[in-house]
Design a protein around this ligand. Sequence first.
Ligand code: PEP
Ligand code: MN
Length: 262
Amino acid sequence: MEQILANTKFGDPTSDKKPLIISGPCSAETEEQTLATMQALAKTGKVDVLRAGIWKPRTRPGSFEGIGTKGLPWLQKAKELTGLPVTVEVATAKQVEDALHFGVDILWIGARTTVNPFSVQDIADALKGVDVPVLIKNPINPDLELWIGAVERIQKAGIKKVGLIHRGFSSYGNTEYRNAPMWHLAIELKRRHPELPMICDPSHISGRRDILQAVSQEAIDLDYDGLMVETHVDPDAAWSDAKQQITPEKFAELLDGIVWRR
Ligand code: PEP
Ligand code: MN
C-alpha cells in the first residue's frame, strides 16, 4: 500500500506523479456485488484503491443504512483477490476499531461527520498510536474552518498521512449538481495547505451520470491529486446512490476520456 500511495500525487501533491484513483460501490450490499465490482475494477488496471461504504449515514431513516461489520470480511477477500488496498468510511470510534481489525488500509471521514467536532474528536481519540492514512471529506455546509478543524484534530492524534476529499456542498433547492462544487473553496484550502493532497469525488458532486466526465475533467484541470468515483456492477439496482454510480467498464471509459495534461 505504501508503494501504491508513494507512486501517486497522494504521496507528494507538488509532484507530477499520477493522481490517486479510488473506486468502488457506494455501499457494500452483498459479498457477490462487492467482489464482482472490485474484481472488475482491478481488471481495468486503472484503480489504485478500492472503496465501499459499510456504515451509511443516511439523511432520512428507513433507507439502507449499510451492511455493517459483516461486510468487512468481504473487503478483506477483495484485497486478497486483487492485491489492492481498501478504504471505508468511519463515523465512530467503534467503526475505526472494527475497520482496523479487519485490515482496512485507509479510513475516510464522511461529509456528515466532518461537520461535528465531537464526532471527529472521538475518531481522533480512537486513532491515537495508529498509523493509517485518513481522508477527510468536506463538511456538507460550505465552511472551510470546519474542514480545517477536522484535519487538525486528526493530525493532533498523530496521523501523518491526511488527505482531503472535495465532494461538494449542500444547497437548498434544485441545482445542476447534487452538491454544488464551489471549486473556489477547495482551491483556497489547497492554496493554504499545498502539502495536503486534494481528491475530487465527482460522484457526490454530480449525483447523476451524465456530468461525471465533465466534473472529473474540471478537477484534473484544477490539478487535483486524485479522484474517487462510485462504481457498481449493476448501478440501477444499487441500494444507495443508484443514479450516480457507473459500471467498472464505464469507469475505464471515463478515465480514458480524461485529458490529463492540458
Ligand atoms: C459516500 O461516499 O458514499 C458518502 C456517503 O459520501 P458523503 O459523505 O460525501 O455524502
Ligand atoms: Mn454514495
